[in-house]
Design a protein around this ligand. Structure first.
Ligand SMILES: Nc1ncnc2c1ncn2[C@@H]1O[C@H](COP(=O)(O)OP(=O)(O)OP(=O)(O)O)[C@@H](O)[C@H]1O
Ligand SMILES: [Mg+2]
Length: 389
């Protein structure tokens, strides 16, 4: 199909908040979604994702703040007058209409007579040309989902909002649909705002991810940047897995030297978001896949200048491409290490004494006044529905 040129612009939320009685679902929020970007709102259940999305759609009235689109204030505009369409988790297709008529619905409602060309283009875009005359119940979940996207896109919205649209699909189909949606977005060039609680989904699809926690955006950035440079323990734990080792700052220079678990570890000064003062506490972060594991007997072969932590393997799980180890050490009770299965040292089994070592450049530093557990399954805020903050 031909690329639809949008005349819109950025979606901008300024001071947007939402309270229900005494409960604050969304704290005052400033957010800009660049035109044409694939933007993900990521966070645990109840953190305010849907509320934020519904405020953009005009389905929910904000308590404070303004919504603008391409510089135009649309805060007071009713939902149906906004150049915005929403795809919900339940696709809400019309069961008695075939796929063609489901997709044509928006055009028919606006009195467009000749829908064939546009519906044909949409069917091609979502690769459902052969299914034009089927009813929704004759399609798989993923196919129905694509009909829902086509039905929204045929209205040529400037912004497409997607609220957990892949939630009902099994994992394999979900992964396929993530790539499919990304392809569609690239092809039509429309701004997508995608809500999900699945961090892999957000990272696979989005140009920019906003990580929400308790009604606030904790950090926003490109997926790789968020992953490599989390600024809070919540982001470090919610986006993938992080080992967080608590220590005391023993010296500050280009590198910060930290005393932890009876040894000294280094981290680059410009990767530390905690105040760098000698004697201060810091959480030293390192991703499991950045760590190498050596049997204690081979520790002499570890190159100079690497961070080292000694410990004992307490658990290991073979998961095909990698083996995941849990290591108990003075620096942390359950350090996670992911080793690619290339040349496995047969001695690396539970009970083995080992040395964990890594390039100090991969280490990040976080403020130690935060909970180390924020964003993990052990964190009360993630699992409970109500976050009374
Ligand atoms: N009408 C309402 N009245 C009172 N509280 C509400 C109302 N709607 C939402 N909330 C509360 O606001 C908070 C944010 O809800 P929201 O639906 O935005 O969460 P979410 O991030 O989309 O979660 P999920 O991933 O479970 O869909 C929740 O704690 C919810 O209970
Ligand atoms: Mg929701």
């Amino acid at each position: 199909m031909t690329q639809q040129q949008t005349t819109g612009g950025d979606v901008r939320l300024t001071g947007i908040s939402k309270t229900y009685g005494s409960f604050t679902a969304v704290h005052p929020l400033d957010l800009t979604v660049p035109q044409g970007s694939f933007f993900a709102l990521l966070g645990a259940s109840g953190c305010g994702k849907t509320t934020t999305l519904r405020i953009i759609a005009g389905l929910e009235e904000a308590t404070t703040g303004t919504v603008s689109l391409g510089g135009k204030d649309i805060t007071g505009l009713p939902a149906y007058k906004r150049p915005v369409n929403t795809v919900f988790q339940s696709y809400a297709l019309f069961p008695h209409l075939d796929i063609t008529e489901n997709i044509a619905f928006g055009l028919r409602r606006r009195g467009v007579k000749s829908v064939r060309k546009q519906v044909g283009d949409m069917l091609e875009l979502v690769q459902l040309g052969d299914f034009a005359r089927r009813k929704p119940h004759q399609l798989s979940g993923g196919q129905q989902q694509r009909v829902a996207v086509a039905r929204a896109l045929i209205n040529h919205p400037q912004v497409l909002l997607l609220d957990e649209p892949l939630g009902a699909l099994d994992l394999k189909l979900r992964r396929r649909m993530q790539l499919e949606l990304k392809r569609i977005q690239t092809e039509v060039g429309i701004t997508f705002v995608h809500v999900t609680h699945d961090q892999e989904e957000a990272m696979t699809m989005a140009d920019t991810v906003a990580v929400m926690n308790g009604g606030r955006v904790e950090q926003l950035g490109a997926p790789a940047d968020l992953y490599e440079n989390p600024k809070t323990t919540f982001v470090a734990n919610f986006l993938g897995t992080s080992n967080l080792i608590e220590g005391e700052i023993a010296g500050c220079g280009t590198d910060i030297v930290v005393s932890a678990g009876g040894g000294k570890l280094r981290l680059p000064g410009d990767r530390c978001s905690a105040p760098a003062v000698t004697g201060g506490r810091v959480l030293l972060g390192i991703r499991p896949e950045k760590i190498s594991l050596a049997h204690a007997d081979a520790a002499g072969r570890i190159a100079e200048g690497r961070n080292r932590v000694t410990g004992r393997i307490v658990d290991s799980s073979f998961i095909g491409v990698s083996t995941q180890y849990v290591v108990e050490s003075p620096a942390g009770r359950e350090l996670q290490v992911y080793e690619q299965n290339i040349e496995r040292d047969a001695r690396l089994v539970p009970g083995a004494e080992v040395v964990l070592h890594w390039n100090p450049a991969h280490t990040f530093g976080l403020d130690a006044s935060q909970s180390k557990l924020a964003g993990t399954m052990g964190d009360a805020g993630v699992e409970t529905v109500e976050d009374v903050s």
